[in-house]
Design a protein around this ligand. Sequence first.
Ligand code: PLP
Length: 242
Amino acid sequence: MHGPDLAHLTERFAAIRERVAVAAQSVGREPNEIRILVATKTQEADTVRAAIAAGVTLIGENRAQELTAKAPYIADLVTAGQVEVHMIGPVQRNKVNHVLATVTTVQSIDSLAIAEAFSTRCERAGRVLDVLVQVNVSAEPTKSGCLPEDAPELARAIGTLPGLRLTGFMTIGAHSGDTAWVRSGFRRLRAIRDEVWHSGAPGTADARELSMGMTADLKVAIAEGATMVRVGTAVFGPRPTA
Ligand SMILES: *Cc1c(COP(=O)(O)O)cnc(C)c1O
């Protein structure tokens, strides 16, 4: 796609909503239980604005630097409440302030050190940040996220931090054509969520979100309980390879 094409984006976003609705109904779920986050990495600010005009209300950025560069161009829409921005990629500690200036939620918390850095900043600013623990369910070495066996303990530790509210868990599914393997990863995330959410531990009562499923695997993720799917190529088309 060359440049923002509103009609095209509107059509593609409607199609993805339909895909989510069909996937939900096929497993007896209500489509409105599942939020659609649109991943805007590599997209120009103009294209992001067009996507918001096309009905997108939740976007996610992967890189702090890219988020900071685009933030001024969408600030009016954020302030007007037309769009919410989540961080969905790894954050270095020296970028915490930049990220906090724009986002309501960080989905990519995978260590206590980064959680504490956000909590300290938020406490100082008198705010509470929603966070998800990112889990590397397939334990692929190239992927961010904590290991599944470490996730419950990390989540409970985050639950005690005053500047954060633990709202759930996020994963990037296994990069595999083997649906059973992809599904088992999503199941694992759900089991971790259930364990923590029902633990009664301090700060875990709101940990219900399961952010899982992307363009290629959202149907399986929805069948396994996703409350949020994250799509990029389904809306914008293939990204240019860097
Ligand atoms: C890019 C990205 C997505 C969207 O991926 P698509 O395959 O383009 O749908 C979702 N989640 C994260 C964390 C991403 O980086």
